[in-house]
Design a protein around this ligand. Sequence first.
Ligand SMILES: O=c1ccn([C@@H]2O[C@H](COP(=O)(O)OP(=O)(O)O[C@H]3O[C@H](CO)[C@@H](O)[C@H](O)[C@H]3O)[C@@H](O)[C@H]2O)c(=O)[nH]1
Length: 292
Amino acid sequence: MSLSKQTILVTGGCGYIGSHTVLRLLENGYKVVVVDNLSNSSYESLRRVYKLYGITASTSSSPAYNDAILPLETLIPFFQVDILDRAGLVKVFEAHPEISAVIHFAGRKAVGESGRIPLDYYNVNIAGTVNLLQVMEDFSVRKIVFSSSATVYGNPPHIPIPEESPIVASMSPYGRTKVFLEHIIKDQCVASAVKQQEYQKEINGHSNGHDTSKNYEWSAILLRYFNPAGAHPSGIMGEDPQGIPNNLMPFLAQVAVGNLEKLSVFGNDYPTKDGTCIRRLGPGSRCRFEQD
Ligand SMILES: O=c1ccn([C@@H]2O[C@H](COP(=O)(O)OP(=O)(O)O[C@H]3O[C@H](CO)[C@@H](O)[C@H](O)[C@H]3O)[C@@H](O)[C@H]2O)c(=O)[nH]1
């Protein structure tokens, strides 16, 4: 089933991966709603998404660009809401009952920082995501693509990492939030499948067994990428974090453009994996979504 024209809520949609994903979703005919608390990004990201969408629209006859005449606020409804703010999330789903699925990027992402402020990481990443999942369940939105990380594989013996490699006890609080969240999302999928089976059994006992009106089942995709890097080929959109970046690639990029003086290499005992190009992440999220 094609999900085109369905409405996707993108949390963290002003961030690096989120904003590239928003653009690819629009280019592929989806409607998009964005939630972001702007703690590591700014609204400028969506202005740039809008600009790029408009540039391509001016030369394209694809129906995906029919909405190009809309103002930014209508094309990409934006809510500055924290994922820990349950009432705020409820308002988003109330305002957009057409949301049919969520791509979830909002969260904190720096390994080193997570060791210094683990409670913040557990609170935002885990409590925030559980909050989001509960609101989704309340509004019967049960499809999610979750931005996990290759860090869940720990220090794997084989690179490229085979997808079926074991998930290990991660080395940082950040990594542990991703491992825990993968378990939480899988648990919800399993529980919902059982609930759906029980519902079907009950229906079969009372009628001709053809009632498909309720579907409690969750489906989820967990994306495990490493060190996302790169920019839109136009140069209009790249990565633009707030303050001094805590991750390798944005830090390196800031040194390259002269905003920061140098990149320190701390030892040679850990084989840092190379990156995943940003131009593959957005489409990746979309395609995996469509397979569902
Ligand atoms: O409580 C929070 C914390 C962050 N954000 C936003 O979430 C976005 C995250 O984007 P960014 O910091 O640019 O990170 P990305 O490089 O896009 O990282 C994504 O990919 C990482 C995996 O590599 C994940 O760990 C992150 O959760 C996911 O956002 C930013 O706009 C933040 O303002 C929120 O909305 N709420």
